[in-house]
Design a protein around this ligand. Structure first.
Ligand code: SAM
Length: 252
């Protein structure tokens, strides 16, 4: 039976060491990689309408799978990550891209973004990384700073209200966190974080995220059926993923 073991993290440098070590063998752990990537990219593309002159920034880009796939739809695609080994892995993949001249990868923590100028970005994307970021309020302040007026922040992250996290896993005494510092935000928490950083939350939805690699396979299948019920019955606690779309500036 698959069992997740949570790694203790005391500081940001422990977190960097974890992702540096994971970078070389990093791969999709929760199902068929190509199908899941296509599904997430379709979700992301629905979240903004921008011209081909626009600039994309992905924070916590890891090996760059989303950034590199989206790069030909933007004038520039910048990926940042706190892990140098992740950026090296992404750079190796980006070299094979037909639009490699548009892709720019940098080691830069999302709570600093010191390589990114104020008001220079049209879309900031964060996929499967916000839950790992230690300083969430600081991250959102930096995202706000680098976005142009009316720029869009799109975040795909696990849903903190998901019954797997709140009920099922605790009853089965199964761990749900890869890192002790992982935190899965609820819609309410995420909305509060965003409002505190002066964002306007434009919309949210739930997406099919089932961390199958972290659980026994029979539980994965049960959660898959439950996800369908949640989707068609509007039961957000049965949905594993949260998408939030926010724009820079208060609602007028
Ligand atoms: C699970 S991986 C996801 C990578 C990529 N977004 C994807 O979907 O394949 C999480 C990434 O977030 C990065 N990360 C964690 N905390 C970060 C921070 N504060 N600033 C920038 N990147 C961070 C990690 O180094 C890692 O590459």
């Amino acid at each position: 039976m698959k069992r997740l073991h949570t790694r203790p993290i005391q500081s940001q440098s422990d977190l960097v060491a974890h992702f540096d070590a994971a970078a070389q063998t990093y791969q999709e752990a929760h199902g068929p990689a190509a199908r899941l990537l296509a599904y997430r990219l379709a979700l992301v593309r629905r979240c903004y309408h921008v011209s081909s002159e626009a600039v994309l920034l992905e924070i916590g880009c890891g090996t760059g799978i989303h950034l590199i796939a989206l790069a030909d739809e933007f004038a520039r695609a910048i990926g940042t990550d706190i892990s140098e080994a992740m950026i090296q892995a992404a750079t190796a993949v980006a070299r094979q891209s037909p639009v490699k001249e548009r892709i720019d990868l940098r080691v830069d923590a999302a709570d600093e973004l010191w390589t990114i100028a104020d008001a220079s970005i049209d879309v900031v994307l964060c996929v499967g990384a916000f839950e790992h970021m230690l300083h969430k309020a600081r991250v959102l302040r930096q995202v706000y700073r680098v976005l142009k007026p009316d720029g869009v922040f799109v975040c795909l992250t696990p849903n903190g209200d998901y019954w797997w996290y709140t009920s099922v896993a605790p009853r089965l005494r199964l761990a749900v966190k890869h890192l002790s510092t992982d935190h899965f935000v609820t819609l309410k928490e995420m909305s509060d974080f965003l409002r505190d950083a002066e964002f306007t939350v434009r919309r949210h939805e739930y997406w099919r995220f089932i961390p199958k690699g972290d659980m026994p396979s029979w539980v994965g299948w049960m959660l898959e059926v439950a996800d369908r019920l949640g989707q068609y019955g509007g039961l957000s606690w049965l949905r594993g993923g949260l998408v939030v779309v926010a724009t820079k500036g208060r609602k007028t």
